[in-house]
Design a binder for this molecule. Structure first.
Ligand code: NAD
Ligand code: TYD
Length: 351
């Protein structure tokens, strides 16, 4: 039987992308899932070992910055829909070198939009653009980001994502391309590359290495389990209104220092360490340039209109995450060999 949709998932070998691919391959055997990924340092096909022989899954190595690569995959697979996750995603790397972020996040997104516009002359299609709450800027003590909050990006990463969001919106208003958008808070979970706060701290606690907390550790992030994010994307992709954006978040705000302490306590127990032992590893280091103070999402549109809500508590999700890292040493060794060591040295050695 022919597939009812042929969905191009960009960045499907990354952290969130691999969770999304797994969900769609298993849940929708009548869809063909084409994972299109350049396999940068953040992309890893090991993340998809459990689905890579499924009959409705294909991997295509390609770069969204190359219009040829993009046009070819649209033609070869008669792509009917796009879920776009491919991006350069790490704020600290964007501070060191913004141009990769411009190329992949802005130029790459526009290439995909162009290819969709050229290919989709008739029939039903969806271009779902996955974005971040960081496009809204930084909050003080009060308030939440809603879908109406004006964009005010402050890091090169968030500026590139905001730009891509504007292009997606422009293709809807100008050409009527059937787009949907979601802006999500910080994700955590398995297969997360250990440059981001939670997996980096888990690995360092395990290895008795210093825990580098930026500034005073008072910055606040709103954490959501990655599996709940991909369920939100599923819901919006299928039931969201064309042309609209939806905020996704966990109502789960933590200061970085409280979160690191919480992780230390959880891991002391799991590693049979004495109470308080891991906390001794906490080391305050110089702050990130332009460090956004607080992110917090109001997800009531998604909850009220489409009935989505987070499925588990932060405590449960974090425990699953820590257990996954403790039980997947091979994955950790693979992603931390080679380039990771030099990245770590460059970022943290003289901080
Ligand atoms: P990630 O860095 O783990 O993965 C990115 C993936 O994109 C990798 O597989 C990489 O190989 C691929 N990629 C990068 N450049 C490419 C290119 N030029 N062509 C093709 N593939 C390329 O990122 P993630 O954390 O999984 O984030 C996925 C998306 O979700 C991003 O768009 C990000 O902005 C957004 N987002 C992330 C979070 C978060 O907390 N991680 C929160 C909200 C939104
Ligand atoms: P990160 O995981 O990089 O996500 P984002 O910057 O996109 O929110 O960082 C989360 C928070 O943790 C942020 O306030 C910066 C802080 N942080 C540290 O204190 N130490 C670290 O080593 C890292 C990577 C982040």
């Amino acid at each position: 039987m022919p597939f009812s949709k042929r969905i191009l998932v960009t960045g499907g070998a990354g952290f969130i992308g691999s969770h999304l691919v797994r969900l769609f391959v298993n849940k929708y055997p009548n869809y063909q899932i084409i994972n299109f990924d350049k396999l940068t340092y953040a992309g890893n096909l090991e993340n998809l070992k459990d689905v890579d022989s499924a009959p409705n899954y294909v991997f295509v190595k390609g770069d969204i910055v190359s219009i040829n690569d993009v046009q070819e995959v649209f033609e070869n697979f008669a792509i009917s829909d796009v879920i776009h996750l491919a991006a350069e995603s790490h704020v600290d790397r964007s501070i060191e070198g913004p141009m990769d972020f411009v190329m992949t996040n802005v130029v790459g997104t526009v290439n995909l939009l162009q290819a969709a516009k050229e290919s989709w002359k008739e029939g039903e299609h969806v271009f779902h653009h996955v974005s971040t709450d960081e496009v809204y800027g930084s909050l003080g003590d009060e308030g939440f980001f809603t879908e109406e909050t004006p964009f005010d990006p402050r890091s090169p990463y968030s500026a590139s994502k905001a730009s891509s969001d504007h292009f997606v919106s422009a293709f809807f208003h100008t050409y009527g391309l059937p787009i949907k958008m979601s802006n999500c808070s910080n994700n955590y979970g398995s297969h997360h590359f250990p440059e981001k706060l939670i997996p980096l701290m888990i690995l360092n606690i395990q290895n008795n290495k210093p825990l580098p907390v930026y500034g005073k550790g008072e910055n606040i992030r709103d954490w959501l389990w990655v599996e709940d994010h991909v369920k939100a994307i599923d819901t919006i992709f299928h039931n969201g209104t064309v042309g609209e954006s939806y905020n996704v978040g966990g109502l789960n705000e933590w200061t970085n220092i409280d979160l690191v302490r919480f992780l230390c306590r959880m891991m002391d127990e799991k590693l049979n360490r004495e109470k308080g032992e891991s906390e001794k590893l906490i080391t305050y280091v110089s702050d990130r340039k332009g460090h956004d103070m607080r992110y917090a999402i109001d997800a009531s549109k998604l909850e009220n209109e489409l009935g989505w809500k987070p499925s588990i508590t932060f405590e449960e999700g974090l425990e699953k995450t820590v257990d996954w890292y403790l039980n997947n040493q091979e994955w950790i060794e693979k992603v931390t060999s080679g380039d990771y060591q030099s990245y770590y040295k460059e970022m943290y050695a003289n901080r």
